[in-house]
Ligand binder design. Structure first.
Ligand code: ASP
Length: 596
């Protein structure tokens, strides 16, 4: 029997009790096939759901014969009548009140035995899932992540069109861009020995589009960075990139807030209040030890340097005498923080380069509070004053960290994050959005003995800090802003330098000679010569938004065909070898690999 599979009357998730007696035509994949002696049941699946098919030999003998040969993931099309399941309702399925009494079936495509089952959520090894990603993506919960991603994209595109933005494509075969990661290079055949760089972002092009007078630009665009990969990085990733002319930081931030509101509403039906709170980089470091604070829970870092300045405790004294600080955080929930846990944390701190994690437990004493365990005996005299200052009470544990400001930030941020996990401090389903602003513009690199741009070299200094460019560049703050969601940086941008002389000065502070600046960024410097409007923008990590909003643990879950942590695509086996003839055409030869 030939059935016109392109004439589907319904999808597999559509039919309800009210459809009883309709003659329907469905197509999809065999999710399961169960041969019950006389009767065969098949769960038919498509992208909308599952419908149960009943093959009854007394009703349609040929269809039943075919049904008995079906395997999981065969592709079939069927016709039949919608009938009630009577008392055999399956409350787990939206279509669970009905089934199809099949009249005819056609097998459109057979499936071989599968490397893993689609119809369960048993987690096969990730490489196998990625090698057979087309099968993995058949799982509804896996597919839903890409559908959510699509909804986010749609919300963004609509929002920017409504707000007068123009979507303009920028080149992939280009020159090195300024984000500071390693470039992916593409050899040129027509200019042997020269290379294109794949863009790390369209940064310079979007600035040139503002100079070109487009006023507002937004693009969802692929970017490429050859970095060592972690769970939350991919060598190619997608940004929502935007830029606006004649704006100040507040204008860009307000535009972004509207966009984020739209994303949450459209993609998840969640109302997000605006404006988002703002915190300076300095305050964020002071209170949370990091420039992307997770404010879903408290447990802030507290400075006790002055209080412990006169203590005899060598570890604290040493840090303070060397110009460092002593900070602490107070964890409630004494019972949960067993010795095993605190020792474990100490080891973890050592694992990331620290030398230890002094702690005390706060107890009820004869005259108020007293300290126990850890470093209690060294700082016992300070117990009541210290507890008063940091708000600690009996039952709490205090974690200290002495050292340079940067080290204390690093280690206490680590402890704070780990404790949030151990003590289960993060309330579920919270979307904590905030801006981090007033970043310092430059970062000193002790090894290279030079400044690096914290964002990128086109970020404008605060107007009042411009004189500091000549006198104390380390102090210059930037018109930069990062958007943080639940402790993750989700977007970063800035107002840009639009005067050529300031841009040249910043290049010089970054240790770039005039020749180097011209060689790398002449096209931008030229642009700045012929009338550049003040402008600024931002880029969102689009994959990261999809990852956070879908509660995924890795970017790979929200990318259709991702790379592994070794930057390999298990599906296509890229990167791969090329033929000698291709290398010859490019005048390239491959050096032998160094011996290990
Ligand atoms: N191009 C920057 C980045 O990719 C973002 C921006 O400044 O707009 O990080």
């Amino acid at each position: 029997m030939t059935i016109a599979y392109n004439k589907r009357t319904h999808y597999c998730g559509d039919l309800r009790a009210s459809d009883a007696d309709k003659i329907v035509l469905l197509s999809g994949w065999v999710n399961t096939a169960r041969d019950h002696g006389g009767m065969t049941f098949v769960d038919l699946r498509d992208h909308t759901g599952i419908t149960q098919l009943r093959f009854n030999p007394d009703h349609a003998v040929d269809a039943h014969k075919t049904a008995r040969t079906l395997h999981n993931e065969d592709v079939i099309t069927v016709t039949g009548k919608v009938v009630s399941r009577g008392e055999w309702v399956n409350p787990k399925l939206p279509t669970g009140e009905i089934e199809i009494e099949v009249d005819g079936v056609q097998v459109l495509s057979h499936a071989d035995p599968l490397p893993f089952q689609v119809n369960d959520d048993f987690d096969a090894n990730e490489d196998l899932c990625l090698k057979y990603r087309f099968l993995h993506l058949r799982r509804p919960e896996v597919q839903e992540k890409l559908r959510l991603r699509n909804r986010i994209g749609q919300a963004i595109r609509e929002y920017f069109v409504e707000n007068g933005f123009v979507d303009i494509e920028t080149p992939f075969l280009t020159k090195s861009t300024p984000e500071g990661a390693r470039d992916y290079l593409v050899p040129s055949r027509v200019r042997p020995g020269s290379f294109y760089a794949l863009p790390q972002s369209p940064q310079i092009f979007k600035q040139l589009l503002m100079i070109a007078g487009f006023d507002r630009y937004a693009q969802i665009v692929r970017c490429f960075r050859d970095e060592d990969l972690r769970a939350d990085r991919q060598p190619e990733f997608t940004q929502l990139d935007m830029e606006m002319a004649f704006v100040q930081a507040d204008d860009v931030m307000a535009m972004v807030e509207g966009c984020v509101q739209r994303i949450f509403k459209y993609a998840m039906d969640i109302d997000i209040p605006v404006p988002f709170p703002r915190i300076s980089e300095a305050e964020s470091l002071e209170r949370y030890g990091i420039d992307r604070p997770d404010m879903r829970f408290g447990m802030e870092l507290q400075d006790v340097t002055d209080l412990v300045r006169d203590t005899e405790f060598k570890v604290f004294r040493g840090a303070i005498d060397a110009g460092g600080v002593v900070k602490c955080l107070v964890a409630e929930g004494g019972d949960q923080l067993t010795r095993k846990i605190t020792d474990g944390l100490t080891n973890e701190i050592k694992g990331i380069g620290g030398s230890g994690l002094p702690i005390v437990k706060v107890l009820e004493g004869d005259n108020g509070v007293e300290f126990a365990t850890g470093i209690a005996k060294f700082i016992q005299p300070l117990a009541s004053e210290l507890c008063k200052q940091v708000g600690a009470k009996p039952g709490d544990t205090i974690f200290f960290m002495p050292g340079t400001f940067a080290d204390v930030c690093k280690y206490l941020h680590f402890v704070r994050t780990r404790l949030a996990d151990i003590l289960d401090l993060i309330p579920p389903n919270q979307w904590n959005l905030l801006w981090v602003v007033d970043f310092t513009m430059l970062e000193w690199d002790e090894e290279e003995k030079r400044f690096f741009a914290k964002h990128h070299p086109f970020t404008a200094p605060l107007d009042e800090d411009i004189p500091l460019l000549d006198t104390d560049p380390a102090k210059v703050r930037a018109k930069a802003y990062d958007l943080v969601l639940n402790g993750t940086e989700m977007a970063g941008g800035s107002i840009r330098i639009h005067q050529r002389d300031i841009q040249e000065k910043v290049f010089a502070i970054l240790g770039m000679s005039k020749e180097e600046a011209t060689e790398k960024f002449e096209f931008l410097l030229e642009g700045l010569r012929y009338g550049a409007p003040p402008h600024g923008g931002i880029a969102f990590g689009f994959d990261r938004w999809a990852m956070e909003l879908s509660h995924s643990e890795s970017l790979r879950e929200v990318i259709a065909f991702p790379k592994t942590q070794r930057a390999v695509c298990p599906l296509t086996d890229a990167p791969g070898n090329v033929a000698q003839a291709q290398l010859d055409e490019l005048f390239l030869s491959i050096k032998p690999l160094p011996k290990k």
